[in-house]
Write a protein that binds this ligand. Structure first.
Ligand SMILES: Cc1cc2nc3c(=O)[nH]c(=O)nc-3n(C[C@H](O)[C@H](O)[C@H](O)COP(=O)(O)OP(=O)(O)OC[C@H]3O[C@@H](n4cnc5c(N)ncnc54)[C@H](O)[C@@H]3O)c2cc1C
Length: 414
């Protein structure tokens, strides 16, 4: 790793503490979670997953992205990058599970900052929650809308061909939420709150555009499907969510149609950066596993690292990791700077670049392990399975590139 000459003492301390926490708490919990045969066990209050999330809360990591005015740590963008990479090194799934919990508080601060009620009932309890009782998810995709959910209700077109089947229908001073979200909503099996992407309609059911609603999941009419068991990322557990005329106060529709497109892009922007950096952590972990193994494994009478073909491969993997860090760090610092006006294609490019690097590095690292890289229960085998999901979760990489190529082609300055 390049010497971190630009880090302040505080950033260095943040990195060292996060690295220790990732190694001692998160990595063992992620491995134990991955081995559970029944996905229902993952979210049990006594599970390794729940214990790791509680430990993260007790260290105050849930406050990382919240401003100091509401009791957050107000970390600078570079510190956030450092934290996400270190947690992602332990496991991108667990890292993203922990940081997703801040969705409702962040959304309230962005979209309803003047609501005393929401500050008192959503933001303050989250800040004070050191037991990880509160857990959150983002329910965007639906059984009938995966990639195309990314461009639902975009370009301000009220006749948009693609719209969410989940609806928020106005009813007096509240909205009624009805519909189904896909079986892939991460954190949903344990979530107490969901941000739900909806089509907003008036009292007569006429569509007005897209919206994002905050739904407490203990309300009457909320259903959860059985937990889903994926190939990897089992420490970001999933299930579907259903809503049968769930009544929420009108102010819980945090994003209304007029602001939907900008808000959805902002969410995608943050999601792309976070997922990218968490998977950079996985890429580094896979490279380190490969290097360790190649130093120890003797073939042809010498350690693998003494064979030139292996040296070339290790150097290639090292370069991929360093390039992913340099790009994602620069983009995160630029995108999260106050008053930033960075085109959204940069955060999408970070997501695509880092998840592809993670998959490629994990794939080659398995190859360098030989059969040992395929053995169930090893770190490298889990990293490889987890890496595959990165190319699909938070938007398939090709669909994301398609969505953003229009902005790139229209706006790139030449
Ligand atoms: C690990 C993981 C975590 C997830 N977490 C969440 C979550 O928290 N919340 C949530 O709401 N959802 C979540 N999802 C769902 C995720 O957002 C969707 O899986 C993703 O957007 C793709 O949708 P899909 O699976 O329906 O695939 P589809 O959209 O059906 O795509 C299938 C294939 O067709 C391609 N394709 C689609 N459209 C086009 C096009 N126009 N041109 C060319 N090719 C195209 C895609 O690239 C893909 O290869 C998660 C998924 C995973 C794997």
């Amino acid at each position: 790793m390049l010497p971190e000459v630009t880090l302040t003492d505080l950033q260095r301390a943040t990195r060292d503490a996060a690295r220790r926490f990732a190694r001692e708490v998160l990595r063992p919990a992620a491995l134990a979670t991955d081995r559970l045969a029944d996905p229902r066990e993952i979210v049990h209050p006594e599970s390794p997953w729940s214990a790791a999330r509680r430990a993260a809360r007790q260290q105050g990591y849930h406050l990382a992205g919240l401003p100091a005015e509401v009791g957050g740590l107000g970390l600078d963008p570079l510190s956030l990058h450092i934290l996400l990479e270190e947690f992602g090194w332990a496991s991108p799934g667990l890292a993203l599970s922990i940081f997703s919990d801040a969705f409702p508080a962040t959304a309230v601060l962005l979209h309803r900052p003047g609501s005393r009620h929401l500050l008192e009932t959503i933001v303050a309890p989250f800040v004070a929650d050191t037991e990880a009782r509160l857990c959150s998810c983002a329910a965007l995709s639906e059984p009938g809308h995966g990639s195309d959910a990314l461009w639902a209700w975009k370009r301000g077109d009220s006749d948009a061909r693609i719209s969410f089947a989940t609806r928020a229908r106005r009813s007096g001073d509240s909205y009624l939420i009805s519909g189904e979200k896909s079986a892939w909503v991460s954190n949903a099996p344990a979530a107490t709150h969901a941000l739900v992407w909806v089509t907003v309609s008036d009292t007569d059911g006429r569509s007005e555009g897209g919206g994002i609603a905050l739904v407490p999941l203990d309300l009457p009419g909320v259903r959860r499907g059985p937990p889903t068991l994926l190939l990897g990322s089992r420490d970001f557990p999933q299930c579907s969510l259903g809503f049968d005329a769930v009544r929420i106060p009108a102010e819980y529709l945090l994003v209304e149609p007029a602001r939907y497109e900008a808000a959805a892009d902002q969410f995608l922007n943050m999601g792309g950066l976070s997922v990218g950096v968490a998977f950079l952590g996985l890429a580094r972990a896979a490279f380190e596993e490969a290097l360790r193994y190649c130093r120890e494994r003797i073939q042809g009478g010498v350690p693998l690292v003494q064979h030139q073909a292996v040296q070339l491969k290790l150097f290639e993997l090292f370069t991929r990791v360093e390039a992913a860090r340099a790009f994602s760090r620069q983009a995160m610092v630029a995108c999260l700077a106050p008053q930033a006006r960075v085109p959204i294609e940069y955060s999408t490019a970070v997501k695509i670049h880092c998840t592809q690097a993670a998959f490629d590095v994990a794939h080659e690292a398995v190859q360098l392990h030989g059969a040992a890289g395929l053995a169930a229960g090893t770190v490298i085998e889990k990293l490889f399975r987890d890496a595959r999901g990165g190319l699909i979760g938070d938007g398939c990489n090709r669909a994301l590139a398609l969505e953003r190529s229009r902005d790139l082609i229209e706006n790139y300055p030449i």
